[in-house]
Ligand binder design. Structure first.
Ligand code: NAP
Length: 173
């Protein structure tokens, strides 16, 4: 029997200055990007840090196994799977992906978790937001030469978007 190893993808929106978060929240309102986030991640296991979990307006995100990484023993996250480190998060995500026959697991942030899993990621769903907001959470640098762009779509700001943005999909070169 062939064992399929699911691909690890990041789903992230960053400003032109690398900022992804401010004061525990997103630094912008981008409804169009949230729709894209839902379309990409629904049906796939999603991995996140405890702070991102606590920032979600609705918990857990429905239709996906929510996996929360924390060092706190006994941390309660109702409706989610709580794990002590990124390795255990991957184990839980891969088990679920195999069970559901999906070929991708999604890391959805925040900055600490992207940094911890950067060397494992094979695909980036990257929203480049046309803004440089102040913030305290940043995406680690993405070295473009290490990636191949497989899709790119520019979007003007919609009615419920603070900024214009570009949707990019990158794969490891
Ligand atoms: N723009 C985007 O696409 C996007 C996406 C996601 C999040 N964000 C933003 O990013 C910010 C949150 O990012 P953040 O970096 O502050 O927090 P985070 O990565 O969401 O969570 C950090 C927490 O995860 C746990 N953790 C981190 N590394 C760990 C490890 N190696 N082993 C075990 N546990 C570990 C710790 O939890 P404990 O302290 O409980 O031990 C740590 O405090 C928010 O502003 C959020 O809105 C933006």
């Amino acid at each position: 029997m062939v064992t399929i190893i699911p691909r690890i993808a990041f789903v992230v929106a960053r400003g032109a200055n690398g900022v992804i978060g401010a004061d525990g929240d997103l630094p912008w309102r981008l409804s169009s990007d949230l729709r894209r986030f839902k379309a990409i991640t629904t049906g796939k296991p999603i991995i996140m840090g405890r702070k991102t979990w606590e920032s979600l307006p609705r918990r857990p995100l429905p239709g996906r196994l929510n996996i929360v990484i924390t060092r706190q023993a006994g941390y309660q996250a109702e409706g989610a799977c709580v794990v002590p480190d990124p390795g255990e998060a991957m184990n839980a995500a891969f088990d679920q992906a195999r069970q559901d026959r999906v070929t991708e697991v999604c890391v959805i942030g925040g900055a600490q978790i992207y940094a911890a899993m950067m060397n494992l990621v094979e695909r980036l769903y990257l929203t480049e937001v046309d803004a440089a907001p102040e913030g305290d959470a940043r995406l680690p640098e993405i070295v473009e030469a290490e990636w191949r762009e497989v899709a790119r779509e520019a979007h003007p700001a919609g009615e419920r978007d603070d900024h214009a943005f570009i949707l990019r999909t990158l794969e490891r070169a």
